[in-house]
Design a protein around this ligand. Sequence first.
Ligand code: PLP
Length: 348
Amino acid sequence: MRERGLMIDLRSDGVTRPTPGMRRAIAAAEVGEDQFGEDPSVNHLQDVTKDLLSKEAALWVPTGTMAYQMAIRLMTRPGDDVIVAREAHVAWHEAGGSSANSGVQFTEIGQDGVFTARALMSSVKPQGHLVYPPTTLVIVENTHNRAGGTVFPQDEVSRICSAAKERRVATFLSGARLWHAAVASGLSVRDLAAPFELVSVSLSKGLGAPGGAMLAGTARLIARAVRVRRMFGGAMRQVGFFAAAGLYAIEHHVDRLVEDHANARLIAERLAQSPRIRIDVATVQTNIIRFALTDEAPDASAVVERAAEGGVLFFGFDKDTMRIVTHLDVDAGQCARAAEVIVGAIES
Ligand SMILES: Cc1ncc(COP(=O)(O)O)c(C=O)c1O
């Protein structure tokens, strides 16, 4: 296998590294003790984010996972039921954190990362009933990771949030890739966030920043979030170095996400030509490609191994479902080459 630095790495958009401009911004960042509220860079990022998302307040947190876990702690009580789209990150990729940290259970609904207000209403369990675990929170993940970067239709989002409000169910927008949803839909992150009480966005998913996510919502919720962040071990000190990277990412690396989306389509169109691959190119809306192997193909672990020998890294979700992610650190030429290697690995 080649050296890691020479590989085309399509495992995740979390692999992006700070660009030279971002590194300069990090080095020049003004910093202070964030737990005393004295880090000017993080304070500025929090102001920028609250304005971008049109919420009363915003808070920096170390990871997207912590933002998700904090949202659940803030909006539920132990024993509650939380409704999410099938295969939501919080239910599949957070090591069981929600049951350990907040004692909730999940009901997964819908298909392909989305669900309707009607499906929500038939799944909501009543509050104050002797038997049912009360549904107190609904989460929309936009875009949806495991479904393949699906953008949630905003009309349905509005109906979901209105229905939730009627039933006194809180609403959280899990927007690790909300930037991608905005670029793909032509709507602003503010419009996408508007119907929700609490919103998260990530700064490290395909944007080059080395870490960091933001929670934004009412001043009351964010004031409580400061304590929960400390409780979860996420209160840090000179956070300005991360904040400077985040600010740089928002300014320089969001608009270019169209390139990542075009590169994902380019790969998907090549994969669609193989009789051993099942993929609906129309579902490739952003930077994630999810596809299935037919019975004639080798299984996913063999494909991963062969592709790595050809210089391309990516993952299988299971024996016959695979995921590819495009990002800042791979260009169109590398994506075209990767598609050939992947098809070769599946057809050989
Ligand atoms: C939808 C979604 N939410 C949250 C996360 C977690 O983010 P982090 O890796 O920063 O913890 C991810 C990571 O891929 C994700 O895809």
